[in-house]
Design a binder for this molecule. Structure first.
Ligand SMILES: C[S@@+](CC[C@H](N)C(=O)[O-])C[C@H]1O[C@@H](n2cnc3c(N)ncnc32)[C@H](O)[C@@H]1O
Length: 272
């Protein structure tokens, strides 16, 4: 395939949980996001009538809305194209690939999960992964909030032998599984659909957490999280980074690099 498989996203908001199946045609189904009391179903074509029929007239009030958006708008207005970031060549799975010399190829199909590589928080993590692997070989990685699996794949590209990648979002894990397969890294990346707090004590040389401030703060509050050699913490906005740096002062962690990009911050920290 040489064209992006997604032109428009059709997003359906349904009250409560829903399990799709026959007679619904799932050929164009991307996945489901659960958020609060609703399920958000993503399709690549219009499905309003089919979904209403699937839900049934007796439960018709569960069908709340249909939103149609351009896939480029979902990806912050960027068409997904091959691009180089910090020595990684991110190539959409549908594009021809010409990896520049010396760069590490990562095939990526973000679908509707977070982690195409375009967001500043992901870009900064890729830069910090590049930086930390220049300093030291880190075989065991814990990727908390893996999204598409992009950071796990970047670490493997830099030589990591074993990555445990966790995300509580089913859709993200489904997308990450596909990306791990595209890159043929099933033997070294294990994906788990669960809360990051349950896995933060997993032994690792490098912990990655590109999540959001509250999740990073909660991770740093866990003693079992504080035994890694290196940390890359991202998803921090504005003054949130100061709060994280203040929290670190009470811990055996030393911030080594702080990057910022458009109001977002990422920190590389080392265990003392
Ligand atoms: C900002 S995205 C980062 C994705 C990818 N690692 C990247 O750098 O582009 C954060 C991810 O963390 C996941 N997440 C947020 N809170 C979580 C939690 N408590 N447990 C597990 N996953 C979580 C979200 O579902 C989302 O996929």
């Amino acid at each position: 395939m040489t064209t992006c498989p997604y032109q428009y996203l059709f997003i359906y908001e349904i009250a409560g949980e829903i399990t799709l199946g026959p007679p619904l045609d799932l050929k164009n189904y991307l996945g489901c996001w659960r958020e609060g009391e609703c399920s958000y179903l993503f399709f690549t074509c219009k499905m309003d009538l089919a979904l209403k029929a699937f839900i049934g007239e007796d439960q018709s009030e569960r069908y709340l809305s249909e939103t149609v958006i351009n896939y480029e708008d979902w990806e912050a207005g960027y068409p997904l194209k091959p691009r180089s970031i910090a020595g990684f060549y991110l190539c959409p799975t549908w594009e021809p690939c010409e990896t520049p010399p010396g760069e590490h190829l990562i095939w990526i199909d973000p679908g509707v999960a977070f982690g195409s590589g375009y967001h500043p928080t992901t870009k900064m993590c890729l830069e910090l992964i590049n930086e930390v692997y220049k300093r030291e070989y880190l075989p065991r990685v814990l990727d908390l909030g893996t999204g598409t699996g992009i950071l796990a794949l970047a670490c493997v590209a830099r030589g990591a032998a074993q990555v445990l990648a966790v995300d509580h979002n089913n859709l993200a894990i489904g997308t990450a599984i596909k990306n791990v397969q595209y890159n043929r890294q099933e033997h070294c990346i294990t994906l788990i659909c669960d809360d990051v707090l349950k896995y933060c004590g997993t032994p690792a040389d490098l912990a990655l957490a590109n999540i959001y401030y509250g999740a990073v703060r909660d991770l740093l509050d866990q003693d079992s999280f504080l035994d890694k050699k290196w940390y890359i913490l991202s998803g921090l906005m504005g003054t949130e980074v100061d709060k994280v740096l203040t929290q670190m002062k009470t811990m055996p962690l030393e911030p080594e690099i702080i990057l910022d990009d458009n109001f977002w911050f990422a920190v590389l920290a080392r265990h003392l």
